[in-house]
Ligand binder design. Structure first.
Ligand code: 1PX
Length: 215
């Protein structure tokens, strides 16, 4: 059968799903947010098994959110805004220390949200990189400026080792399957403002409700 899974991976399609994330009144649809992450994980898996520990954690978090979306209160999880309101109104979030709700939608999404900041920084570096730029350096710089601040030493160490296994820029662009480098740069230039907007809206929402440090 000819399903989407049989088609060659194309990063453009993945980044396009982030376009679908924003509703008219600038709410973030959880379904598309999660779909965007699914696509990114697929891309990560195609880079090799050394990234398995990273994609495993991402898949786990995606699955937690999908379970809420498909659960009996799924209608409360349509947007990130409605999720936050629902979980806070019903005291379904551990706010200061891990307790009865270690896997709330709010804390789970926060982990992906922080990773989205990494993605934003990394894609911006890729976009402005030159032929001899090192993907591993761009990746670890982006990581150190974002996610690393939330990770313990062992995870930072393991991540650093994994980054060293990233293919060089030409091979990396090849796997993205977007076309020649100029086209990759153009595609990133279009995708980045959307990713930034989704990030910023979520960041403001979480800041407003004091949720940026959820355990
Ligand atoms: C063109 C570029 C596309 C690249 C796509 C790559 C997609 C990467 C997906 C990464 C998702 C990572 C989610 C991590 C969430 C997290 O921070 N989890 C930690 C905290 O969770 P907890 O439940 O314990 O509070 C958790 O401890 C993490 C464990 C695994 C290590 C995470 C390392 C993240 C590195 C992100 C950079 C990915 C490098 C990809 C290279 C292209």
């Amino acid at each position: 059968s000819v399903g989407v899974d049989n088609q060659k991976f194309c990063l453009q399609e993945v980044l396009d799903t982030f376009k679908l994330c924003l509703s008219e009144n600038k709410e973030v649809y959880l379904e598309h947010y999660v779909a965007g992450w699914r696509g990114l994980v697929k891309f990560l898996n195609s880079l090799g098994s050394v990234f398995g520990f990273i994609s495993k954690d991402a898949v786990n978090k995606i699955q937690i959110l999908v379970t809420f979306l498909n659960g009996e209160n799924g209608s409360q999880y349509v947007t990130v805004q409605s999720m936050v309101k629902y979980e806070l109104d019903n005291q379904l979030v551990d706010l200061t220390k891990r307790g009865s709700y270690p896997e709330s939608g709010c804390r789970t999404l926060l982990r992906l949200h922080r990773a989205l900041r990494w993605l934003e920084l990394f894609l911006e570096r890729l976009r402005t990189s030159t032929e001899d730029s090192k993907t591993s350096a761009m990746c670890s710089e982006s990581y150190n400026e974002s996610l690393a601040q939330h990770h313990p030493w062992a995870i930072r160490k393991a991540s650093g080792l994994a980054f060293c296994m990233l293919p060089g820029r030409p091979a990396f662009f090849e796997v993205m399957n977007v076309g020649p480098p100029e086209q990759v740069v153009a595609m990133l230039g279009e995708a980045l403002p959307l990713i930034s907007e989704v990030y910023q809206i979520t960041e403001d929402l979480y800041a407003q409700h004091n949720l940026l440090d959820l355990p």
